[in-house]
Design a protein. Sequence first.
Length: 304
Amino acid sequence: MASPPILEDEIIRLKHERHALILVHNYQRPEVQNIGDHVSDSLELSRIAARADAPVILFCGVLFMAETAKILSPAATVLVPDINAGCPMANMVTPRELAQAKATHPDAVVVCYVNSSAEVKAASDVCCTSANAVQVVNSIPAEKTILFIPDRNLGAYVARVTGRPLVLWPGYCPTHQRILPEHLLKLKAEHPDAKVVVHPECVTETITLADVVASTSGILKFCRESSAREFIIGTEIGILHRLRKESPTKTFHQVSTMADCPNMKLTTLEKILWSLQDMQYEITVPEDIRLRAKRAIDRMLEIH
């Protein structure tokens, strides 16, 4: 097997040969983050995909993210290194189930977290990410009922911040669900001066113990700009690589080793290389679904 430096060199060579753009989510393996052209959260990666003119986009994340890139950049060939890198939360809402919920709440505005399939986005009114969910909900007239899908934890957090009653879907992120309040309390006792920063996909009991609740980009920004020297990080552990890279003089503690998304970690340098070599696995979205999903994403991008 080739050594990592040779792998990286060959990936870079093929990237230039294919005129490919490599987009990487903050939760990916450290070595995958290091090879990316852009490493960010789903909102910023969506913006990059929307304005990209690269003929090939290689998306290192999970499938719904690559679908979003295809929706926003239809002329590009969008590849994923591992076709099995799905998202359990995205699988917790189907178009059929959403249609049933819309029939129950016929006047509701459907706010769809981007952690969802293209088909579900297409059946929604507006998308959101964890970085802009509050702004999206605040943009909807107060008299409107809001059906928030599929993350009940993010939805509950947004409801508390905005004061808006939301109809919450019962979905959740299994990785963030495993970040428990007892984990935080133990670490807070061991590191009393550390700032606690958590993602809004966590359960309410965990969120209430935090000093700061933010998306991955918000977590990075806060830790980068804060005068604090020590932090307890309550999100998927892949972000620790970038945190330590951006703030090498600061100390970061992971809340739990269980906060490790196995789907995010399916992507490896070997698979990136094979994807570029064989131009696999290509993501496609039917045009009628793409156009309807794009409307929901565009509405989000106009808001924030």
